[in-house]
Design a protein around this ligand. Structure first.
Ligand SMILES: Nc1ncnc2c1ncn2[C@@H]1O[C@H](COP(=O)(O)OP(=O)(O)OP(=O)(O)O)[C@@H](O)[C@H]1O
Ligand SMILES: [Mg+2]
Length: 270
């Protein structure tokens, strides 16, 4: 199990403590005694990847952080404060993350709609993000397939989340439905986003090579009950490109993560 030392001098951007989740009145706990603490790195941001077998609780953790679900037990804090309307993160899902009855511009500007920002200002800020996401020229299209491709729709969703809260971005298998070329492009776009906004990105994937390519830190969950079983720091250069994937250290890390995941399922199977 990964131990997260409670250091009162450390600022944490995400802190989950003693989390338990049961769905049948306490007979079965799908998550138990789970801790996950991510230190704030305000001038730098970071890329955190969560891996784990199906059912280990990855999506559930993201739902807690987004304020979409409360755990049965334990506490969830962002920026050392309880979640609230002004203290939550937004999430990009694998599919259906954009609202098809709204235009690209309306989708991206949505988060500001309830914050008392004028329409003109909302649209100006949204257009900035739309440019960053490479979607300029598409802002008046409806956010739906096939007028926009799968990759473009995911960029709309990422843009919307960025404008809602650029400090924390939650992504649940966001590239699972994309073809390989789009997926590789999106990986590099994301890396440039966290550098630009100094975001903390929490990213769930089943693709180990994608995890190692993107992550600063990988947390691996085990199932039954869901807990953070391992932490692997990715000691690759900060700036990565396709040549990184041929770096012997990259290949070694991919094997290390794979071996760890297999080892964890074998422990559970015993
Ligand atoms: N409403 C519910 N009722 C009962 N069990 C639930 C409910 N929602 C989630 N679970 C259980 O909680 C556990 C964690 O689910 P979660 O969706 O977080 O897993 P995951 O790690 O995201 O899996 P995957 O990789 O398949 O997406 C699973 O065992 C799931 O069956
Ligand atoms: Mg999931």
């Amino acid at each position: 199990m990964v131990e997260f030392i409670d250091n009162p001098n450390q600022k944490n951007i995400i802190e989950l403590r003693n989390i338990g989740q049961s769905y049948d009145g306490g007979n079965k706990w799908v998550i138990k005694d789970l801790d996950l603490v991510i230190e704030d790195k305000p001038d730098q941001g970071q890329f955190v990847v969560i891996l784990g077998m199906s059912g280990s609780g990855k999506s559930t953790l993201l739902r807690y952080i987004a304020g979409l679900q409360e755990p049965t037990e334990g506490t969830v804090k962002l920026n050392d404060r309880p979640l609230g309307d002004d203290n939550r993160a937004s999430m990009v899902f694998q599919q259906y993350s954009s609202l098809p009855w709204m235009t690209v511009l309306e989708n991206v500007a949505l988060a500001l709609r309830y914050k008392g920002v004028s329409r003109k200002e909302r649209e100006a800020q949204a257009m900035e993000i739309i440019k960053t996401m490479g979607l300029e020229g598409h802002e008046d299209k409806y956010a739906q397939y096939p007028s926009l491709s799968g990759g473009q729709l995911q960029r709309v969703a990422i843009g919307r989340s960025l404008l809602a809260n650029s400090k924390i971005l939650l992504m649940d298998e966001p590239f699972g439905a994309l073809d390989i070329k789009t997926r590789l492009h999106m990986q590099d776009l994301l890396t440039s986003i966290w550098r630009k906004f100094q975001s903390t990105i929490v990213f769930v994937t089943h693709d180990i090579a994608e995890a190692v390519y993107l992550a600063d830190d990988i947390y691996i969950l085990q199932a039954n009950p869901g807990q953070v079983a391992r932490h692997i720091h990715v000691d690759l250069p900060l700036v990565r490109d396709r040549s990184t994937k041929r770096d012997p250290r990259f290949i070694e890390l991919v094997h290390q993560v794979e071996d760890t995941m297999i080892e964890l399922t074998e422990v559970v199977a015993k």
